[in-house]
Design a protein around this ligand. Structure first.
Ligand code: NAX
Length: 325
């Protein structure tokens, strides 16, 4: 039998507002959706003291569900205890934007949360721990985490744009009336925000006559980012949780041959995206490592969109840094 993998979920109580991603996510992990049906897991759940009781309730439910793969549950409000020995960390906890709050104030709260949790992970997580940041602003929270956990390799820190990616696949399948499993290779470029660029120029659909470019089947404007973003505003917990599982599963177990996925990763300057941002790229994964898909032709329209979302991320980065001083 395999050794259990320790998976941290922060914000696991899902206690503060509408989404409750953590509550949807932990049973998926315990069922093997994230790491495979033969991979035992130990769940580490972190939340803040006001949510401690709710968190304990989630723990009781996990025990009641008698998941065969679940070898243990740590439910705590102590970041050090939560981070100790974890192999995978899914960061769902954060400070939500509230009505009337300044952008800078929200950023400042999240910067301090991610700074502190970065240190806890850096000191106490297992070597080679893989980190996925879900909480918004996801790209910039991931960047802060990277800055304050310098011993965690850049390659191990990512943010979630897989929900946007999966949504694009789902939308195309709805529009073309085909199975979602027959659609692949959309790309989400940039920030997990309304500036992101969902790109269908390289996407294909499997048809009885072979693989066809999505572009030949849907009119240009039909698949515009705006339509997808509009749908993206829907409340999402189950789909976010499922996409987080997809993100980690593909990262750890690999992407299928000929298929890429979108991940927010540390830019190395590929596609002239400024290095030093956490930016969503098309990636393939093998042996536990992602690799940016290179050499895709980029038209002028796409270039502008990719630059605009990079620009927003540079601004967010500057804002985050201004909160540090
Ligand atoms: P919930 O409010 O339901 O859950 C958040 C949990 O985090 C709460 O239990 C809260 O107590 C906890 N928390 C707050 N500060 C914490 C801290 N310092 N340490 C540990 N836990 C802490 O929010 P939910 O709807 O689950 O959304 C979670 C985050 O995901 C939000 O930031 C949301 O904006 C973001 N999302 C990101 C998505 C993505 O694709 N990247 C999509 C879904 C979602 O919008």
């Amino acid at each position: 039998a395999k050794e259990p993998v320790r998976v941290l979920v922060t914000g696991a109580a899902g206690a503060s507002f509408s989404g409750q991603i953590g509550y949807a996510l932990v049973p998926m992990i315990a069922r093997g959706v994230m790491l495979g049906a033969d991979q035992p897991v130990i769940l580490h759940m972190l939340d803040i003291p006001p949510a401690a009781e709710a968190l304990n309730g989630v723990k009781m439910e996990l025990v009641d569900a008698a998941f065969p793969l679940l070898k243990g549950v740590v439910a705590t409000t102590d970041a050090v205890e939560a981070c100790t020995g974890v192999n995978v960390a899914v960061m769902v906890g954060g400070f939500p934007r509230k009505e009337g709050m300044e952008r800078k104030d929200v950023m400042s709260k999240n910067v301090s949360i991610y700074k502190a949790q970065a240190s806890a992970l850096e000191k106490h997580a297992a070597a080679n721990c893989k980190v996925l940041v879900v909480a918004n602003p996801a790209n910039t929270n991931a960047l802060i985490l990277k800055e304050f956990a310098p011993s965690i390799p850049d390659k191990n820190i990512s943010c979630l744009t897989r929900l946007d990616h999966n949504r694009a696949l789902g939308q195309i399948s709805e529009r073309l009336n085909v199975q979602v499993s027959d659609v692949k290779n959309v790309i989400i470029w940039g920030n997990h925000s309304s500036s992101q660029y969902p790109d269908v120029n390289h996407a294909t659909v499997k048809t009885p006559a072979g693989e066809k470019p999505v572009r030949e089947l849907v009119a240009n404007d039909e698949c515009s980012g705006a339509a997808i973003i509009k749908a993206r505003k829907l409340s999402s917990a189950l789909s976010a949780a499922s996409s987080a599982c997809d993100h980690i599963r593909d990262w750890v177990l690999g992407t299928p041959e000929g298929t890429w996925v979108s991940m927010g990763v540390y830019s190395d300057g590929s596609y002239n995206v400024p290095a030093g941002l956490i930016y969503s790229f098309p990636v393939t994964c093998k042996n536990g490592e992602w690799c940016i898909v290179q050499g895709l032709p980029i038209d002028e329209f796409s270039r502008k969109k990719m630059d605009a979302t990079a620009e927003e991320l540079s601004e967010e980065k500057a804002l985050a840094y201004s909160c540090l001083s």
